[in-house]
Design a protein around this ligand. Structure first.
Ligand code: 5GP
Length: 181
């Protein structure tokens, strides 16, 4: 892994901007083929998925709509229960639509299994997931993730939408934080 500096923090590049660009082009092509003739509604999970969603949607060559949801888990004590609080709900009606949840990273799987449940209850025609990153080693709850950008080992990563204390979201690559400024 190459080392780099960003605002005086040392970072190791895990996925370069070029690697990400190429993989997103492939995912866009796959989603375009799979959703042709359907009623695609992409729902991005704020804030982490905003960079991934905005790049991915420009590689989807279909009529589609986009919406956002913001969630937070109830905190460490109740994390394993999978309780998630909605901070901002989606505005669109999901009934009969083909919902594609856009997530930055699947870790324990608790957030996504909660979202799948509530979207299914709203009578979406289908609910699938596209995740930029997947850390399968950390899974507590099984979730079927239809599209995955990259599988990564169990380490804390930042960049390309992912934060550490709200910073680093603007990095054009995915990195491991080695030291902070
Ligand atoms: P889970 O799958 O555990 O319910 O939660 C996934 C959420 O945890 C992600 O949407 C992300 O906000 C956060 N998360 C998990 N792993 C990482 C990581 O390596 N880096 C960052 N920045 N956030 C992570």
């Amino acid at each position: 892994m190459t080392e780099t500096e960003f605002n005086n923090s040392k970072l190791k590049v895990m996925l370069s901007a070029e690697q990400i660009k190429e993989r997103i082009r492939q995912l866009g092509e796959q989603i375009t083929n799979d959703y042709r003739g359907r009623d695609l509604l992409m729902i991005g999970v704020l804030k982490g998925a905003c960079v991934f969603l905005s790049d991915l949607m420009r590689h989807i060559d279909l009529p589609m709509m986009v919406d956002f949801i913001a969630v937070t888990s109830y905190g460490a004590a109740t994390k394993s229960s999978g309780e998630v609080r909605i901070l901002k709900d989606s505005d669109a009606s999901l009934r009969g639509r083909d919902v594609l949840i856009v997530e930055d990273i699947v870790d324990t799987g608790l957030t996504l299994s909660y979202l799948i449940d509530i979207f299914r209850r709203r009578e979406a025609a289908s609910v699938e997931i596209v995740a930029f990153l997947d850390k399968p080693e950390r899974r507590i709850k099984h979730v079927d993730v239809k599209y995955v950008g990259f599988e990564i080992p169990n380490s804390f990563v930042v960049g390309y939408g992912l934060d550490y204390g709200e910073r680093y979201r603007n990095l054009p690559f995915v990195g491991l934080v080695e030291s902070l400024d």
